[in-house]
Design a protein around this ligand. Structure first.
Ligand SMILES: Nc1ncnc2c1ncn2[C@@H]1O[C@H](COP(=O)(O)OP(=O)(O)OP(=O)(O)O)[C@@H](O)[C@H]1O
Ligand SMILES: [Zn+2]
Length: 604
């Protein structure tokens, strides 16, 4: 018996859990995905509960902002991989544990089905829907039980997922992503958030992965000699100084062009508002500095100060210089709110744009929270949720998965309880991930390109990672790390073609295969060119994430933002976590079932 003789540290566990469960815990092989807020608490729980064989993976390195709640990390660890430091700190709680740390992205193909098959149980401690969907698919494909979790402020939720037994992460549609009208972002911003989104787009356009940029702006054609002359002047600076060139392009030329378009077409592009004022880099001293001294109190921290126009301009030039150098060394970057250069770029660019459109400028602190989609994190909530994950894992290890419960942590008690629990739902027979593997796509096959199908729909909406597309046994599109240069070029050309040019027309059934997720899906195409809502270009009939709507979602309340429906809608960001609070209907179900039969969080 594992606990006898050699290790007295487990005696109390054997006494409280019983031999059988303790043995199951000792021999289970656990994968923990994410070593952040929930992950740190969970890893500590796992090693203290006697779990022996644990692999952890996290993509990130430790940031100062993690230290208030991710207690396995200290100041001296800043910049080091979370997975490695979490492992070392957890081993101090129990040196007997066998922990393997991976510093990487769970979506990487080396963590595919073969990797997942090794585990008895997977525990998610993630912060984004994209990675959650990916892990869900691999657990469905390999029939590995998964415990999913999320927290947001005081709210939290855990859910157990097992193919064929209970619903998967994608059985119920997720809330629609926040949306903004495309033209508001590109041409007529009215609020700081519009400028921040624009700045993030610009960051990705200049420093991100070009292949993945879907919302590339179509440059407006304008045959105006004055504009052409300005363009030529600015283009000439490009080789000498990219940062100056980019400044003049974004904050002078593009605005100047829009003003000329308005003049030439006699259209009022900014009805009821002031015409934007382009910024001239050489004449910054002529502008009023855009700040009001009373906005900066003496005590406010540097990050909370409102910068002057000159300070924003300097910050922009400096961040671009640094980013250009980094790009030449390390290649394309993703926007990361904890990356100083990236955040400085977005702060400066968004403030400069705000200045142009007479929108109040913001502190770096407030831009960070909006650009990074920051949701409040509370250590206690993470601790409660991490504890519940272990409780549910016991039921799985006792081969009583049917006893597992979905548990919701609420902000205020209802019926005297902060925790509501409910038996897990059965798999949804229409779920395209765990049941039907079939959806219908309505789109205009003469307008939609294969590129939009791949990026916007297969990756963006249907959560795929490396999709390939087959029609009647012909492979139309492939993706993945193993493509050679020639194939990548061919796929790029292929992506620009319209669906109808690729023989995808009304009635075609296309087959999608994603080896990295071991996931297959059939899509039935319905050609349609009259969509009820203007700007809408496709519709997925099935249980995919619903189309963005103009109605307010929870996150949008905070931003006080509504998409205007007279324009093409831009999908900005998926919410960071699934909604921890259940819908009213679901809550009613919880309460009803709870009152009838649940012992909140039972150990059996
Ligand atoms: N695709 C992924 N592969 C591996 N780890 C991931 C992936 N996506 C997210 N993670 C990790 O999941 C963890 C989630 O933790 P948490 O929600 O506390 O977020 P955080 O990034 O640490 O905090 P904050 O967002 O507040 O800065 C993070 O450490 C993050 O790096
Ligand atoms: Zn499902």
């Amino acid at each position: 018996m594992a606990a006898s003789g050699t290790n007295r540290r487990y005696e109390h566990l054997v006494a409280s859990l019983g031999n059988e469960l303790f043995e199951a815990i000792r021999s289970a092989k656990i994968l923990m995905v994410g070593a952040g807020g929930i992950g740190c608490e969970l890893l500590k729980n796992l090693v203290l509960t006697g779990f022996h064989d644990i692999e952890i993976i996290d993509i990130d390195t430790i940031d100062l902002s993690n230290l208030n709640r991710q207690f396995l990390f200290q100041r001296k660890h800043i910049g080091m991989p979370k997975s490695q430091v979490a492992k070392e700190s957890a081993l101090r709680f129990n040196p007997d544990a066998n922990i393997l740390a991976h510093h990487g992205n769970i979506k990487d193909s080396k963590y595919g089905p073969e990797f997942f098959k090794k585990f008895t149980l997977v525990m998610n401690a993630l912060d984004n829907i994209d990675a959650r969907r990916h892990v869900n698919r691999l657990c469905i494909a390999t029939e590995t039980p998964l415990i999913e979790s999320a927290t947001e402020g005081y709210l939290g939720q855990i859910q157990v997922i097992k193919r064929g037994v209970m619903e998967c992460y994608e059985c119920q549609p997720k809330p629609a992503p926040k949306t903004y009208a495309y033209c508001t972002i590109r041409s007529s911003p009215t609020k700081p958030i519009h400028c921040i989104i624009w700045a993030k787009e610009e960051f990705l356009t200049h420093f991100g992965d070009q292949e993945r940029v879907v919302n590339q702006e179509q440059e407006e054609e304008i045959t105006d000699e004055e504009v052409k002359a300005e363009e030529a002047k600015i283009e000439a600076i490009k080789e000498k100084s990219f940062s100056e060139y980019l400044f003049r392009k974004l904050f002078y030329l593009e605005i100047y062009k829009k003003i000329r378009i308005a003049q030439l077409t006699k259209k009022d592009l900014w009805p009821g508002r002031e015409t934007p004022v382009p910024i001239m880099l050489d004449q910054l001293h002529l502008y009023s500095n855009g700040t009001n001294d009373s906005t900066n109190s003496v005590e406010s921290l540097p990050d909370q100060q409102i910068m002057s126009l000159k300070q924003n301009a300097d910050l922009f030039i400096d961040s671009v210089n640094r980013l250009v150098e980094r790009r030449s060394k390390t290649g394309a970057m993703d926007f990361d709110k904890d990356d100083d250069d990236a955040l400085n770029f977005v702060t400066a660019a968004s403030n400069l744009r705000s200045h142009i459109f007479t929108i109040p400028v913001q502190s770096r602190f407030s831009i960070k929270s909006l650009a990074g989609n920051i949701i409040p994190a509370i250590a206690t909530t993470n601790a409660v949720i991490a504890g519940l994950i272990v409780v549910e894992s016991f039921k799985i290890l006792r081969n009583s998965i049917e006893k597992c419960r979905t548990v919701v942590l609420q902000k205020k008690p209802s019926a005297g309880r902060l925790l509501l629990s409910c038996a897990s739902e059965k798999p949804n027979p229409d779920c395209y991930v765990c049941s039907s593997h079939f959806v219908t796509l309505e789109c205009d096959t003469d307008l939609m390109t294969l590129g939009v199908l791949v990026e916007g729909i297969l990756r963006g909406r249907l959560g795929m990672n490396e999709p390939s597309i087959t029609v009647d046994s012909d492979i139309l599109f492939e993706s993945g790390e193993d493509l050679d240069e020639e194939e990548v070029k061919r796929m790029k050309l292929q992506s620009a073609k319209k669906l109808s040019e690729c023989r995808i027309v009304n009635g075609t059934i296309i087959e999608i295969d994603d080896i990295s997720q071991n996931f297959q899906l059939k899509i039935s195409i319905v050609h349609k060119n009259n969509f009820a809502e203007e700007g809408q270009t496709f519709n997925i009939v099935g249980k995919a994430t619903p189309l963005p709507t103009a109605t307010k979602t929870k996150g949008e309340d905070k931003l006080d933002e509504k998409a205007q429906d007279d324009d093409e809608v831009m999908i900005v960001d998926a919410p960071a976590v699934p909604p921890p609070a259940p819908s009213k209907k679901r809550k009613a179900q919880f309460e009803e079932k709870d009152a009838k039969k649940s012992k909140v969080v039972s150990l059996d």
